[in-house]
Design a protein around this ligand. Sequence first.
Ligand SMILES: NC(=O)C1=CN([C@@H]2O[C@H](COP(=O)(O)OP(=O)(O)OC[C@H]3O[C@@H](n4cnc5c(N)ncnc54)[C@H](O)[C@@H]3O)[C@@H](O)[C@H]2O)C=CC1
Ligand SMILES: NCC(=O)COP(=O)(O)O
Length: 324
Amino acid sequence: MTEARPILLTCGEPAGIGPELAPKALAADVPFVFLGDPRHLPEGTDWSEVSDLGDKVPPGVLPVLRHDFPAPARPGIPDPANAPAVIEVIARAVGLAMSGAAGGICTLPINKEALKRGAGFAFPGHTEYLAHLAGDVPVVMMLASTTVEPPCRVVPVTIHIALSEVPAALTPQSLTQAIRITDAAMRRDFGIKQPRLAIAGLNPHAGENGVMGDEEMRWIAPLIEQLRREEGLDLRGPLPADTMFHPSARARYDAALCAYHDQALIPIKTLDFAGGVNVTLGLPFVRTSPDHGTAFDIAGRGIADAASVIAALRMAWDMAGRRK
Ligand SMILES: NC(=O)C1=CN([C@@H]2O[C@H](COP(=O)(O)OP(=O)(O)OC[C@H]3O[C@@H](n4cnc5c(N)ncnc54)[C@H](O)[C@@H]3O)[C@@H](O)[C@H]2O)C=CC1
Ligand SMILES: NCC(=O)COP(=O)(O)O
């Protein structure tokens, strides 16, 4: 039997909390290698350079696949000179995951504004960039809790766009694609044999029979019915979003598809900010991430909570194990 391959932990924005989370993430107790510049790690970090992902380091030591950056890290102040290297690290990790050298990737947070200003980064986030690197494959973003029961798993069907653009971006095509990708990933990556998916309405009270918006009546409900009938998918909805996240409602489904970013992310970040994991579904390799961002306000103080990155590494490891 071949030995399981480690997860690659990409450094993300060096001015954020990523570098201080990397050594704390050793508590995940799964094999991983940090990909980034070791000079950005907190002083006193016990790290050791590896040249091959299979290289072993002593327990408690952070293995580092070196990627040198042009500038040092100043907590809270992103240096535009480092922006291209942040992007290169993600691309390098994807290459290693696609080649089979890494079991998957777990990404520490990037700062979208810093990358756009510093390197003209053309993507709203990792999710879209990873989809591009994988060959422009369709993907969806899912955030999954790891500490609450029943679990909270949410998929924003539209992601980083202005709220005013949501009604036009939420289409039968985008919703159908998100439903199919989520259903397949729940089976393959989460081991759920017959996934139950809940679809949120777009409008308050899911439109209340057309008096508060008619997208639900006009096409969302008919689409759900069609996919149930023709593809045998276990779908419920459209449901009013305000009453679908309390525990007894969550017990009735395995994942919720939401119309827009905040409809999906507010419930999970409220219920499980510390243990939430961001997963990209639909990629040909495993990708997870902590659910938080670069937290410039606390970077460099050593107080950042590593629970989410620990949960993300463990989830990546479990997913990689299922895909073997
Ligand atoms: N996967 C990624 O790369 C993500 C990147 N971001 C990016 O991060 C940047 C900052 O985003 P914000 O909306 O400010 O969210 P944020 O998650 O960075 O910070 C929100 C609040 O939570 C706190 N916080 C975050 N993580 C924490 C941790 N591990 N321990 C303790 N406190 C923590 C921060 O101090 C702050 O008060 C933006 O550029 C955003 O686009 C945001 C989410 C995910
Ligand atoms: N709000 C979630 C988020 O920003 C995650 O983005 P991504 O970088 O994982 O695509």
